[in-house]
Design a binder for this molecule. Structure first.
Ligand code: FES
Length: 579
């Protein structure tokens, strides 16, 4: 066998581009219309660059530029770059909610990778759902993979102050409702918040997921914090392009990097950064694609002793640009390692161990990245609550909650769905005070559909006017990673699946005990059984198409809200591999 052919056989793409038969002619001939010379088909690795660029997704609108830098690196390392699109999920744009389409995008990515002559893949991600969607799709194929985040926007600036994506919107809109801010000022803040390419620059879901990419070792060191417009992100893109070619040669596949130990690192990192609650469903779903034994309780037990040391909105004061200048995520990872909270020896995409990557990190601003013995919040992890109101579990982010409300008993004020909430929340006659617990139903995976970010319900105007900023809120929804408050989320099973949440009635008493990890509806079992007999399951919002498929197959939040038939790694082998 000629030497060249031996090289080809080692690569997946050889099944398309190797040989002299009719199929090989077809595969090469058509793609040569892009000007590729013959030597591009000499058995070099084909690197797919999965791009979520879209004009309709502002957070990812700059990714074509980043893709060009990845290509430069691929060429330099002797690879063959091939950029391809994936459905781009714009958090602020998509209706009813971007989360409804995370699994759909993951399917597209998985099938695109498997169906094409790709040996390794670079995932260009940014806005909230694009990161988990692409990782889920890639995980189900198990090829060498690097995720590259688009980077956060520059800090928002309004009247001399830093303002943060999302977080400041929630603050300002409540200030308008409370009569503390004029509508003119509110509108003035709009253009000042989003000043550059990039994703939300608070520690919202996008920054959290970019940090998860780095903490999992599936992205390069410094992946999370370089601003989108910083030239170092383009340099990183170039290096990613070079490195993925090497990873193909080493057969360093995604399953070798995304191990259970890597997920443990990520979960602890989430606690240390005060990361988004959305990371819970996303990491569970990614792990599910790899067959890794990870559940909701791992979030509680692994994150329980981790202090939040990153002082970023919504839990703290600063923004991602400040985090970058302070030293970024390597400083956090090094701190975790020094306190025995990091698996040091896990391998990362650059071929080094996690510890090798972070051991020389320096903290340039202890106000932004606190010392372990001076944390922002002592126990920063995600708390997992259980009880008759959420037998499958519910979560709360203590670092974003009001300490005085973490143990609370209150009267339920119930909203049957988001429309009911919107219709009644500012009704002056609504029977509610600050000690009540607001309950929102039918906003989970099946109920909304898509498990929208509506769990951080805005308080009634009449309560805000009293200067009250927080109340206990409970739902089966998610909340934006940029949001805050004593908000219990992801109650499972959700109301639309017949969870106890569906049975709560106005006036019921509810007990929340975060320290005791308890969420209890103080209604006896006989009464709950009586109510259950009267309950009927809702119909799907659409009776056909993707939304029907989603409704019929989506798993509950404690299982990552993936579709049941997508769980698992199917590999990259093509069942029928020729025309
Ligand atoms: Fe895209 Fe926040 S809206 S990252």
């Amino acid at each position: 066998m000629p030497k060249e052919d031996k090289k080809r056989r080692a690569l997946r793409s050889t099944a398309w581009y190797g040989g002299t038969d009719r199929d090989a002619f077809i595969h090469r001939s058509w793609i040569k219309n892009q000007g590729h010379p013959d030597h591009m088909f000499d058995g070099r690795p084909v690197i797919g660059i999965c791009n979520t660029w879209s004009d309709l997704n502002p957070c990812n609108a700059h990714l074509r530029d980043l893709a060009e830098h990845v290509k430069r690196g691929v060429y330099e390392a002797g690879g063959f770059p091939a950029e391809f699109p994936a459905m781009s999920l714009g958090e602020t744009t998509l209706r009813p909610t971007a989360m409804l389409f995370r699994n759909l995008a993951s399917m597209e990515v998985e099938e695109s990778i498997r169906a094409n002559p790709i040996d390794g893949v670079v995932l260009l991600v940014g806005c909230d759902k694009t990161t988990p969607a692409l990782l889920m799709g890639a995980a189900s194929c198990d090829l060498p993979t690097i995720a590259l985040s688009g980077g956060p926007m520059l800090n928002g600036k309004f009247r001399g102050k830093d303002i943060g994506s999302g977080t400041s919107v929630w603050q300002y809109s409540e200030a308008v409702k409370a009569g503390e801010m004029t509508l003119e000022d509110f509108m003035g803040a709009e253009a000042c918040m989003s000043r550059s390419p990039g994703h939300c620059m608070t520690m919202g879901t996008a920054s959290t997921m970019a940090s998860m990419v780095e903490a999992l070792g599936i992205g390069m060191p410094e992946n999370a914090a370089y601003p989108a417009v910083d030239a170092r992100r383009r340099r990183m893109a170039h290096m990613v392009g070079m490195r993925i070619v090497e990873m193909v040669k080493e057969d360093l596949r995604i399953s070798k990097i995304l191990t259970r130990e890597a997920f443990q690192n990520a979960i602890r990192t989430n606690g240390a950064i005060g990361g988004s609650t959305n990371a819970v469903v996303h990491l569970l779903a990614i792990a599910g694609r790899l067959g890794i034994d990870l559940d909701l309780d791992n979030w509680d037990t692994w994150g329980r002793d981790v202090p939040t040391i990153v002082d970023l909105m919504p839990s703290g004061r600063f923004l991602m640009e400040d985090f970058c200048y302070a030293g970024g995520l390597p400083v956090v990872l090094k701190s975790l390692a020094e306190h025995d909270l990091l698996n040091r020896d896990v391998i990362t995409v650059n071929g080094q161990t996690m510890w090798d990557n972070v051991k020389d990190a320096e903290n340039f601003n202890p106000e932004v990245i606190h010392a372990f013995d001076d944390p922002l919040v002592a126990n920063g992890g995600i708390a997992v609550l259980r009880g008759n109101l959420a037998p499958g579990g519910a979560i709360i982010k203590p670092s974003a909650a009001t300490p005085e409300l973490m143990q609370h008993r209150g009267r339920a004020v119930v909203f049957e769905d988001i429309d009911d909430y919107k219709a009644r929340i500012d009704d002056p006659d609504l029977d509610i005070d600050e000690n009540c617990i607001m309950v929102l139903k039918n906003c989970g995976p099946r109920g909304y559909p898509g498990m929208a970010e509506v769990g951080n319900m805005s308080l009634p105007s009449k309560i805000l006017a009293k200067g009250i900023k927080d109340m206990v809120r409970i739902s089966d929804a998610r909340m934006s990673g940029t949001a805050y408050g004593t908000v219990v989320l992801h109650a499972s099973p959700e109301a639309a699946a017949g969870g106890t949440l569906a049975l709560v009635q106005a006036g019921d008493m509810i007990e929340l005990d975060v320290e005791g990890r308890r969420l209890h509806l103080d209604v006896d079992d006989a009464e709950l059984a009586r109510r259950r007999e009267q309950w009927s399951a809702p119909e799907p919002a659409m009776q056909s198409g993707y939304q029907k498929l989603y409704f019929d197959h989506v798993l509950q939040a404690d299982k990552g809200a993936d579709l049941d038939f997508l769980v698992g790694c199917r590999g990259a082998e093509v069942p029928r591999d020729s025309h």
